[in-house]
Write a protein that binds this ligand. Structure first.
Ligand SMILES: C[S@@+](CC[C@H](N)C(=O)[O-])C[C@H]1O[C@@H](n2cnc3c(N)ncnc32)[C@H](O)[C@@H]1O
Length: 306
């Protein structure tokens, strides 16, 4: 007779179903372990994990807290895992994986043809350029080096009475800009122009010129984390000291400003080099509540005088 051996079956501990929150936490741990660079719209692993997980699960960013308690299907978890894997292995910035970046509270389509929007200029734009200018007085704006058109579009939204010219030398970037101008239904007020700095603008004058030009010097460019190599070099590189583009802007902007007009330019870490190269210019360096810096403001009259 066969001996019947009674084995005690070990009961597996019941596993809690995977929730959106759980998947974000797990993904954030993976990102943290990989020691990535977070400098493209988020500054920490958890926000970046949330953005990738919500994208993979086709969930909105504005879904409220109940969204985080939802269960995740195995297929959804696999899609998120794949995205997190690409973020780590290829060091692709998250915004290029999701195709969306947020700037001044607005969503923008992005891909490798444009820099990922992250300029501190968003804060100035959201305030309608107050206190530096009376928003109602600004009728014509130039966004020089528009990329995704994030600055041009945010400015047009903040200044409903203004027309904005958005200039870029890159035809590829302007294709993405066009998608965004249509997305935000601003084709009547935002005009896209292919131009090397001011060259295609003839004598047009503006009440405000705003620019986030390329300003990374050669040495800094060589030392940037791998994430930045996915962005167009044209959007970053600005000669040996990072001054090539800003020098042209400082030399020519006054010809395109109305009396009392303002020039606002981001130069980031190149601020020191700008101060040293132009000791006589009375730059007003702006400060930002949400962080970032390296943005100066000059009036047309100051540019003319110097
Ligand atoms: C730092 S990115 C800024 C993009 C966008 N304004 C933003 O803030 O995200 C600089 C942009 O300037 C453009 N650019 C580079 N050289 C230029 C030039 N000579 N004339 C006009 N645009 C230029 C690049 O193609 C790129 O889109």
């Amino acid at each position: 007779m066969a001996r019947v051996i009674k084995r005690r079956r070990r009961r597996a501990a019941p596993t809690a179903p995977l929730t959106v929150r759980g998947l974000i936490e797990r993904s954030a741990r993976r990102l943290r372990r990989a020691r990535l660079c977070f400098g493209h719209g988020t500054d920490n692993a958890r926000d970046e994990a949330a953005s990738l997980v919500l994208h993979a699960l086709h969930l909105p960013h504005t879904g409220g807290l109940s969204l985080y308690r939802r269960r995740v299907s195995p297929a959804g978890a696999a899609r998120a895992g794949h995205l997190i894997g690409r973020r780590i292995a290829e060091r692709v910035p998250a915004a290029y994986l999701t195709g969306v970046a947020w700037f001044a509270g607005l969503p923008f389509t992005v891909d490798a043809r444009v820099l990922i929007p992250r300029s501190p200029l968003a804060e100035v734009i959201e305030r309608g350029f107050a206190p530096w200018a009376a928003p109602k007085r600004i009728r014509r704006v130039l966004d020089l080096g528009t990329g995704s058109a994030c600055i041009a579009i945010a400015a047009a939204r903040a200044l409903p009475g203004a027309h904005v010219d958005a200039v870029d030398i890159s035809a590829a970037a302007l294709e993405v800009a066009r998608i965004n101008v249509r997305r935000h239904r601003l084709t009547r007020r935002v005009r896209l122009i292919e131009s090397d700095h001011f060259s295609a603008l003839a004598r047009t004058r503006y009440d405000l010129i705003i620019a986030n030009p390329p300003y990374v010097g050669a040495r800094e460019l060589g030392g940037l984390p791998p994430e930045y190599r996915h962005e167009p070099r044209l959007a970053l590189a600005a000669g040996p000291r990072g001054l090539d583009s800003v020098a042209i802007i400082l030399r020519e902007a006054h010809r395109h400003l109305t009396p009392g007009g303002l020039l606002i330019v981001e130069v980031g870490n190149t601020e020191g080099a700008v101060r040293r190269a132009y000791p006589g210019l009375p730059f007003l360096w702006l400060s930002f509540a949400r962080g970032g810096g390296g943005v100066f403001l000059l009036t047309r009259e100051q540019l003319v005088a110097h």
